[in-house]
Design a protein around this ligand. Structure first.
Ligand code: GLN
Ligand code: ZN
Length: 774
């Protein structure tokens, strides 16, 4: 039996890579210094894994920005617009320009697109393909890193995204072909890589083919068969580890089991039942080994050794120990680095800490599991085993986790709890009467610029350099100034500006019971960007109102409506580390009840318009389509539970900022928010077609100001967008607002853009000669 790691975090346990990259981009350190930092991280990671006793240690899992972009460079799929830059710059700079674009020294070249890596919060750089796409071995990074590890005595297993997944991850940049057709051109470069690796005496190679977990066309599916048969024919001695993760093989299972590889990796965290299917089917070829992904690479909980050993033993009973590898479910880049660095007992209490494992601890877990399963170590004599049992037992019964009140409340939810008192048509009449808003009402999405100053107040307050009172005063002043600005500009529905919030999830997590935070639990999100998700460890409840004070204060300053601002249950859950001891739907419902209480309290405090942001609803969609309905069902229900405690004349808004609504438009309508604001300006309102075709019944605010750019749009541009919108959506259903919150913008741009936005709304109103009957 062996251990097999799929990938290790490359940001460094103290985010060394983030810091060095940003210094390099700012011109403050040299390329060599950055390269050295990268090397140090790699050497440390290899050494740690080899000292811990991992057998198959990955290499080429390191990246200065993104592993997909690395591969794009490796196979020379460099889009033409970078050729000019490439002529006079190093390949490292070319690489960063592809990732980030460049706008200096007369250069002006846009970055490649970035998108989410499957259902994770990691973002990769999307390969761009043309019909006559050429591939060539352009970078030998994978070979260099193999040699680098060999030099310190670690013989690694290089990791590469498999050719089928690589093509499927990309996009066709012109019509007339499907990217999978490029396979024959791409494969020779893979062969070349394999030859070089073999020349260096590589024994193993890992191909990541996560598309094997998705719904595929026949053509895509048969590409796997072709690729791995060819590789096997040409490189019969090379041991191919084929890694699938994030979900089951589904209907691809026959294809997967028939591939002539050395080892097939299974994600048994996401898909534990698959093991039974495979073992019982008898279809696994007798020379294929199984890598059992039993340690969760996507979450921070300590492994349950009892459960994992059961799975491993089930497999060894059928296949024998020699054919089993113990592994994390996926690459550990989705885990924070090292729990040992969490030394602050106040933020992370010792009781909770003992339930957790980060990447370094997970490596140790797979080694221990192998030792136990192979009887190298007797569990009865192992202190590690004992500690694991005690910690997990403690977690099951801990008072910190279980709140009977909350459980009872969830169990007693009735059918009426997720429904407003009346349907939208009835509510609308009450709201028109109560709110007296003009046609094309103007509003914003919530946050106003989070200036360095505002952020410095929070930092000083945390360090104790400002008293609570002083901090409060500063936030009050900023809020008041923002209210005054909105009044002067003539915005109809105001917001308080969210200056008191660090982050739209963390702010709520900090005030909800059942959440805790790490000091150093960073996970790479994209490039040098890392996120530190809150940890939901227990039943969630809301001990006190969370936003009422600020909303009430802002409303007290003005006769205009101030919109209350909340983050929705799905988004709070989606952007946190979630409990694994109960279904996600259960956790989500608990959060929904807490948000519902907040909504009701806001209403009681005189707030008549309340927005519940759900920007993460879509990204929570399961990878396999057949699981969508179940997810959407409970996710939409959770939103409705949070929104349905109020009277007809309280107006509920929601906000989402992405552009693919077509396939979930029915579910969005089912959320039954009175108003939805969405991103729209970049797509020039094209996205509204989904709403128009569907006859979306409630009100819509299509964004007319792209807040992702420092550019200030003119009122004429916004009028054009609004005219486009009113061509497909009845005017009395339309709102006027930016695409998303303004927190990343500067005040000067924000002011100009919002003034133009109000002008645009006024022009739209003026153009309507007759009163629209409502
Ligand atoms: N209300 C939030 C804001 O304005 C919404 C952010 C988001 O959609 N990501 O910042
Ligand atoms: Zn948004």
């Amino acid at each position: 039996m062996k251990t097999n790691n799929l990938g290790y975090p490359r940001i460094g346990s103290n985010r060394e890579l983030k810091k060095a990259s940003e210094l390099y981009w700012a011109g403050k350190i040299s390329a060599d210094e950055l390269i050295d930092t990268g090397k140090e991280i790699r050497l440390k990671n290899w050494k740690l894994q080899s000292d811990t006793g991992v057998d198959l240690i990955p290499s080429n899992d390191f990246s200065f920005y993104d592993q997909v972009l690395d591969l794009t460079l490796t196979v020379g799929a460099i889009p033409e617009r970078y050729y000019e830059f490439a002529k006079s710059n190093s390949s490292l700079d070319l690489y960063f320009v592809m990732a980030r674009g460049a706008q200096k020294n007369g250069q002006d070249v846009v970055a490649m697109e970035m998108t989410k890596w499957f259902d994770t919060n990691y973002h990769y750089i999307v390969p761009e393909f043309t019909k006559n796409q050429k591939f060539e071995l352009f970078s030998e990074k994978i070979v260099h890193e193999f040699k680098e590890a060999k030099d310190i005595g670690v013989k690694t297993k290089p990791v590469l995204i498999g050719p089928v997944s690589y093509l499927l991850l990309g996009k066709e940049k012109e019509e007339g072909f499907h990217r999978i057709d490029l396979l024959d051109k791409l494969l020779p470069v893979y062969f070349e890589i394999l030859e070089r690796l073999q020349a260096e005496n590589a024994e193993y190679i890992q191909f990541d083919e996560p598309f094997l977990a998705l719904n595929l066309t026949d053509k895509e599916r048969s590409a796997f068969t072709k690729v791995y048969n060819e590789i096997n024919n040409r490189f019969p001695k090379l041991k191919v580890v084929l890694a699938n993760y994030f979900d089951c093989f589904g209907e691809n299972i026959e294809t997967a089991l028939a591939l002539p590889v050395d080892t097939l990796h299974l994600d048994l965290v996401r898909c534990p039942l698959q093991l039974d299917d495979i073992l019982e089917s008898g279809k696994l070829a007798s020379n294929v080994n199984l890598s059992l992904g039993v340690v969760d690479g996507r979450n921070i909980w300590k492994n349950d050794f009892v459960k994992s050993l059961e799975l491993i033993q089930k497999a060894t009973a059928v296949l024998g120990e020699n054919r089993i590898l113990v592994a994390p479910s996926c690459s550990l880049i989705h885990s924070p680095c090292d729990l040992d660095l969490e030394t602050n007992n106040q933020t992370l209490t010792p009781e909770i800490k003992q339930w957790l494992a980060f990447a370094k601890q997970k490596i140790n877990e797979i080694v221990l599991l192998k030792q136990f399963a192979s009887k190298e170590v007797d569990v009865k004599l192992s202190a590690d085993y004992e500690r694991n049992i005690v910690a997990n037992e403690n977690r099951k019964t801990s008072k910190l986790i279980h709140n009977d009140e909350v459980k009872k409340r969830v169990a007693n939810i009735t059918a009426s709890d997720d429904k407003r008192k009346n349907n939208f048509a009835v509510r609308r009449k009450s709201q028109i009467e109560a709110l007296k808003l003009p046609l094309f009402p103007t509003t914003t999405i919530g946050s106003f610029p989070q200036t360095t100053e505002v952020r410095s107040w929070r930092a000083k307050f945390k360090k104790g350099e400002l008293t609570a009172e002083q901090y409060n005063d500063l936030i009050e002043k900023e809020t008041e100034a923002t209210i005054r600005f909105q009044e002067e500009t003539g915005i109809d529905v105001l917001v308080h500006g969210e200056f008191e919030r660090n982050d739209m999830v963390e702010y709520f997590g900090e005030q909800l019971a059942g959440f805790t935070f790490t000091k150093n639990g960073w996970v790479q999100s994209y490039g040098s960007r890392c996120v530190k998700p809150p940890v939901i460890y227990g039943d969630v409840s809301r001990p006190n109102p969370m936003t009422v004070k600020w909303s009430k204060y802002a409303q007290s300053l003005t006769p205009k409506w101030v919109k209350g601002m909340l983050t929705g249950p799905v988004t709070i859950m989606q952007w946190s580390f979630v409990r694994n001891d109960q279904p996600r739907s259960e956790t989500c419902t608990q959060i929904a009840l807490a948000i519902r209480d907040e909504v009701v309290d806001l209403e009681k405090a005189g707030i008549k318009i309340i927005q519940i942001d759900e920007p993460a609803i879509r990204e929570g969609l399961p990878l396999r389509k057949e699981e969508w309905a179940t997810y959407l069902d409970w996710a939409v229900k959770a939103f409705r539970i949070s929104a349905s405690g109020v009277n007809d004349d309280t107006q509920i808004h929601t906000h989402m900022c992405y552009s693919e609504f077509n396939d979930i438009i029915q579910n969005i309508a089912d959320m039954d928010a009175d108003v939805i604001t969405i991103e729209c300006s970049r797509s020039q309102m094209e996205l509204l077609d989904a709403f128009a075709d569907f006859n979306y019944p409630n009100e819509i605010g299509p964004g007319v100001y792209d807040i992702h750019s420092p550019r200030v749009p003119s009122s004429e541009e916004m009028v054009k967008l609004l005219e486009k919108a009113s061509a497909v959506i009845p005017v009395d259903q339309l709102w006027v607002n930016p695409d998303c919150g303004l927190k990343t913008r500067h005040w000067d741009e924000t002011k100009k853009a919002l003034i133009a936005m109000v002008t645009a709304a006024q022009e739209m109103r003026a153009a309507i000669e007759y009163p629209v009957s409502l």
